[in-house]
Write a protein that binds this ligand. Structure first.
Ligand SMILES: [Fe+2]
Ligand SMILES: [Fe+2]
Length: 283
């Protein structure tokens, strides 16, 4: 098998994807993944289909009982490289939901009967994988997430400035404590809504499509719990704040702890999920 693969890869690269002889007419790409166990880059020639502008491949392994190695690899690391002959680009490999998989597979079989024959040879359900090109110009849900983070960062700064006023003892005379209270409540509500949206919507969607992201998403979800606890403490401090009695330094310290945790969380989230969100849910 390896010898055969190497031969196809060599000819594919030499002819820039225009395979002749016994490969004449094959619609192939070269997919390079990172070995789940070895960590080494592995290249496989694969038949593909273009469906609704997306490159779709089937983990058929020619109908053998086990999934091909590249499928195990993309479940551990979804970043892949694709060679079409005409160009080479980076992509991320997404596993569609069960319903999406079935709809795609029906269209694949309608175009390429051979995949139905492969499926008939094995009792395992052959996975379908969608290869999304990484294009920095594509704006989507990931960029929206960054915008929400930036807005929350600004709000937090404004709130922190308000707390400083209280610490400096100027708040009551300037009538700041009351608006700060209202502002704090609306900020906490916005943050809670954002994290609930991630916990209920974006994160389960990403974990399903990109199994490699699952541990990261679990950690990000745990951050949400930590942040919620801090938020609750701050809200209680702000709501129970009595000028001249409560210690504003305690409030400031809690605020700084929240700001530090949130910034680390936002940064981690932006590093790990923005690209995947952009390609799967373009704006
Ligand atoms: Fe988050
Ligand atoms: Fe977020």
């Amino acid at each position: 098998m390896t010898g055969f693969n190497d031969q196809v890869i060599e000819e594919f690269r030499r002819t820039k994807g225009n395979l002749g002889g016994r490969f004449e007419g094959w619609q192939l790409i070269l997919l390079t993944t990172t070995g789940a166990k070895s960590g080494k880059r592995r290249t496989n020639p694969l038949g593909y289909l273009e469906i609704d502008g997306k490159t779709v491949v089937v983990a058929s392994n020619m109908g053998s009982p086990s999934h091909p190695g590249w499928y195990h690899n993309i479940r551990r690391d979804h970043r892949v490289t694709i060679e079409t002959g005409a160009e080479t680009y980076e992509a991320i490999a997404a596993v569609p939901s069960a319903a999406e998989r079935d709809a795609l597979f029906a269209r694949i079989v309608a175009e390429e009967r051979g995949f139905a024959d492969y499926q008939a040879k094995t009792s395992r359900e052959m996975p379908v994988v969608v290869l999304h090109r990484i294009d920095d110009r594509v704006r989507g849900m990931g960029d929206f997430l960054v915008e929400v983070h930036d807005w929350l960062r600004e709000e937090l700064k404004t709130l922190r400035a308000g707390v400083d006023e209280i610490v400096a003892g100027r708040a009551e005379s300037l009538g700041i404590a009351k608006p700060l209270r209202a502002h704090c409540v609306s900020f906490c509500d916005a943050l809670t809504k954002h994290h609930t949206g991630e916990d209920m919507g974006a994160f389960p969607m990403l974990a399903q499509r990109f199994p490699a992201l699952a541990p990261t998403l679990t950690r990000l979800g745990e951050d949400h719990v930590v942040v919620a606890t801090l938020q609750k403490r701050i809200r209680e401090l702000v709501e129970g704040y009595v000028h001249g009695e409560s210690d504003p330094v305690l409030l400031r310290d809690d605020f700084d702890e929240l700001a530090g945790k949130l910034e680390a969380h936002f940064a981690h989230e932006e590093r790990t999920v923005v690209t995947a969100l952009n390609v799967t849910a373009p704006g």
